[in-house]
Design a protein. Structure first.
Lengths: 116, 389
């Protein structure tokens, strides 16, 4: 279980990028108050989903508008072809923790390590 | 409608075929493509694919389990359209008659004017085969001259620099990308080249290419000569519509369409780089040459075709493009024209990470981001709401 951020620092409608893990993980707080964690890197091409557009239980990639269901990681709209990996989220004492998946990630071809 | 022929097997053609099936069309679907390849994604051709970080298989647009129930006619060019029976004539002498036709033949890279003999080492970049040929020529230590400082030229310059070539860009206009981004921001993006040691020569036209069998230099209009082992001509693209001349489809800078992709002929629609849709916001026909247009517009195109033109064309979001250069992510959405004000709202131009908003009479009309993805996403959404909602 990896601490991500304080729940108070992640208002509804916002996302947090946990980049102390490789590959980075994005934690979303939906407008309905649910928390979801998925791999931050779009499976299509190198882009951060935490920078994307959160709507309901879906995130739209900021680069090419692929959409992923945060509950399952499945692709709701192309060009992405593969799902993003989902992770568990636990809140304890006001801190958001991520329980990383032990499945292999679906990283995009050609992705380079982010410098920022 | 029992049969549809989609002419063009790239992004717009594939998305049109998908949209037709999604909207319930269960008739005969034929997809014609001039290239021998299944639909593939072009943007990486100047970036990850050219750099060798993506393979041909990575470019595939179709998913492994996708089945459109279509007949694919690949590697054959369309040569004409007979309006009487809506028959698409193909270069191999065969033809396809269909109740509906989708024109999605895209665009072709422009070449230098004049009919100078073809020199080895001179490239354009539009197709996978172009990219393979260019990639084979980008050998570390060689000197590359890029003609044209547009997005393709800039991306190839960036990739070639990364691969270890010496690179110089020559641009006829005084400032790169001025028509797309305005002078101030064009200058800001031009600086990205110079700080990575890529030469940028603006305001000078190319006189001629020199060489025997293979190119060895680029002669400029001011008398200068640049040594070159490889030349990329990146001076834009022209719509691939020559095959439609005389067909009765109204043509301008592209196939002239209404705001839902309908052409001047019933049962014939057009989408993607070959199509100039009427833009109600701009008040004229406008060809959107961006990837996003070829993804977003096929749904309306299919609806126009299947409804016989009675479907109400939805407002289209503002045009959006992205470019990756020297590790920086550049994004632009909207339309700008001379006279728009530009203000930097986030970050700092000097730090090469900023967000700039273009306004006309105080109304935001466009936004440019360099390494400001999150803020850009919000602004792009806002533009779509302001200008189409």
């Amino acid at each position: 279980m990896i601490p991500a951020c304080a729940l108070a620092a992640l208002p509804r409608g916002e996302a947090f990028r946990l980049d102390t893990v490789e590959p980075p993980i994005a934690v979303f707080h939906t407008d309905d108050g649910e928390l979801y964690a998925v791999d931050d890197t779009c499976t299509h091409q190198d882009a951060s989903l935490a920078d994307g557009w959160l709507e309901g239980c879906e995130v739209e990639c900021p680069l090419h508008a692929s959409r992923f269901d945060l509950r399952t990681g499945e692709v709701d709209a192309p060009p992405a072809k593969l799902p993003v990996r989902t992770h568990g989220v636990v809140v304890e004492d006001g801190t958001v923790y991520v329980v990383p998946s032990d499945l292999p990630p679906n990283l995009p071809p050609g992705a380079r390590a982010r410098t920022a | 409608m029992r049969s549809v022929a989609v002419v063009g097997a790239s992004l717009a053609g594939l998305y049109a075929a998908r949209a037709l099936r999604d909207q319930g069309f269960d008739g005969t679907l034929t997809i014609v493509g001039s290239e021998r390849h299944r639909p593939y994604d072009r943007p990486p051709l100047s970036k990850e694919f050219l750099a060798g970080r993506m393979t041909e298989a990575d470019l595939a647009l179709e998913t492994d389990d996708e089945d459109l129930g279509a007949e694919w006619r690949l590697g054959v060019r369309a040569s004409g359209l007979d309006r009487r029976d809506r028959r698409v004539l193909l270069a191999d002498g065969t033809s396809i008659t269909a109740d509906g036709v989708v024109l999605a033949t895209g665009a072709t890279a422009r070449t230098l004017p004049g009919d100078s003999p073809a020199l080895e080492g001179v490239h354009t970049l539009r197709t996978l085969d172009d990219a393979l040929a260019l990639r084979a020529d980008l050998v570390p230590g060689r000197r590359l001259v890029v003609i044209g400082a547009g997005f393709i030229g800039a991306e190839v310059a960036s990739t070639a620099r990364e691969l270890g070539l010496g690179v110089t860009i020559v641009e006829t206009a005084p400032v790169p990308l001025a028509r797309a981004l305005g002078g101030e921001m064009g200058t800001a993006l031009g600086a990205l080249h110079e700080e990575r040691g890529v030469g940028l020569i603006c305001g000078v036209a190319v006189q001629a290419l020199t060489g025997g069998d293979r190119v060895d230099g680029v002669l400029l209009a001011d008398g200068r000569r640049l040594d070159a082992d490889v030349v990329l001509v990146g001076i834009g693209a022209r719509p691939e519509i020559g095959w439609l001349e005389g067909s009765g489809v109204e043509l301008g800078d592209g196939v002239l369409c209404d705001s839902g992709g309908g052409t001047s002929l019933p049962g014939v629609v057009a989408v993607g780089d070959c199509a100039a849709w009427f833009d109600p916001g701009l008040g004229h026909h406008h060809r959107v040459e961006h990837w996003t247009g070829a993804v977003q517009r096929p749904a309306a195109t299919a609806a126009t075709l299947l409804s016989g033109g009675t479907a109400l064309a939805p407002a289209q979001p503002p045009p959006y493009l992205w470019s990756d250069q020297y590790g920086r992510r550049i994004q632009f959405a909207g339309h700008t024209r001379p006279g728009d004000s530009v203000t930097v709202e986030e970050g700092d131009v000097a730090a090469r990470s900023f967000l700039a908003v273009y306004r006309r009479e105080d109304r935001p009309v466009a936004v440019l981001g360099v390494d400001q993805v999150r803020q850009f996403t919000r602004w792009r959404r806002r533009l779509g709401t302001v200008n189409t909602g």
